[in-house]
Write a protein that binds this ligand. Sequence first.
Ligand SMILES: *Cc1c(COP(=O)(O)O)cnc(C)c1O
Length: 400
Amino acid sequence: MAFKPANNIQDLQYFGEFGGVNPSISDSSTYTFLSAKTMFDTFEGNADGCYLYSRHSTPSNLYLGQALAAMEGTETANVTASGMGAITSVLMQLCGAGDHIVSSRTIYGGTYAFLKNFTPRFNIETSFVDITKMDVVEAAITPKTKVLYCESVSNPLLEVADIVGLSALAKKHNLKLVVDNTFSPLSISPAQLGADVVIHSLTKFINGSSDTVGGVICGSQEFIDDLRNVNDGACMLLGATMDSLRAASILKNLRTLHIRMQQHSLNGMYLAEKFEKDGLKTVYPGLASHPSHELFKTMMNKKYGFGGMLTLDVGSLEKANALMELMQKQNLGYLAVSLGFYKTLFSAPGSSTSSEIPVEEQKAMGLSDGLIRFSIGLDADIERTYTMMKACMKELKILE
Ligand SMILES: *Cc1c(COP(=O)(O)O)cnc(C)c1O
């Protein structure tokens, strides 16, 4: 039977302290114990259901974690203060001095900067590879490699990772496959395809209202327990803890994710097809021209489509900037980084979200100056949006 992530979320039943239809928010940093012995046991990690201190866990954070674990089909999950809080905790937990990581070269700029500039301080080295080439990935693995890292759909080039293939490689070489699924919640379920750990920035589609940062790590009970361990757990010790009030608000937004993703995908597909027909260089995993279109189809939960992210190459940075400014003036969206908002967001990744990546490397991976990354919004009338965007492109002579 097909994996149904939204059903899994919906089937969880929560009640608040007074029978509320939403769980009560636990607004406390610390918790009382009826006996001193239970407090000791909790520190030792042996008192199930007891709360200790909110950097460790809180009822509100556990509710949200439980829903996200249900969505990804993992045993459990731990929510974090941001996506980077999730990514850095996972990598610091899995790797120590002398270890090596094989990572996709097209990843979120912050993750790239962390692996390129920060982890070498701890003698953790990373090889960046073209993740779509299995032979290249395997050739980069050394006896020191501990982690294979990628994004299901990469930022910003929308390359698609063959998670089944990468999982086979990870098993063969005894590595952990860590997948950042921020661009494709519900559409792709990496743990069902063999990923060991699935990460999201909740800041994007999952929360969807661009009012907070947040992150999650979905994985086995054993791994999440390790992350929370008071003696050597990266989540506990690095301290990227989500606040309970935020956990409660993100859980409420998660309720509509399945509807939002369908609309983002519908709108993304519509615009991608139109712009490609108009002769623009369009990258969208839903287009037959996308190099990984067939691969995406083998991995996807069909109902949620190919997502809300697409890129257009309009030829030069000047044209890209002029188009983005004009579209914002026409209220077609905002010139802003981030994604997953109800409103369309656009930015030129080469000079913003991926500026951490040196220009030569940007060129090598196909990140051109004129590239605009779009997070397509929930527009109710996407035909009108298209007509208005096209008019902007004509005005700037990007289209005839
Ligand atoms: C935004 C983003 C992150 C970082 O998440 P924050 O919540 O901003 O810390 C990581 N990975 C991807 C793919 C992202 O888009």
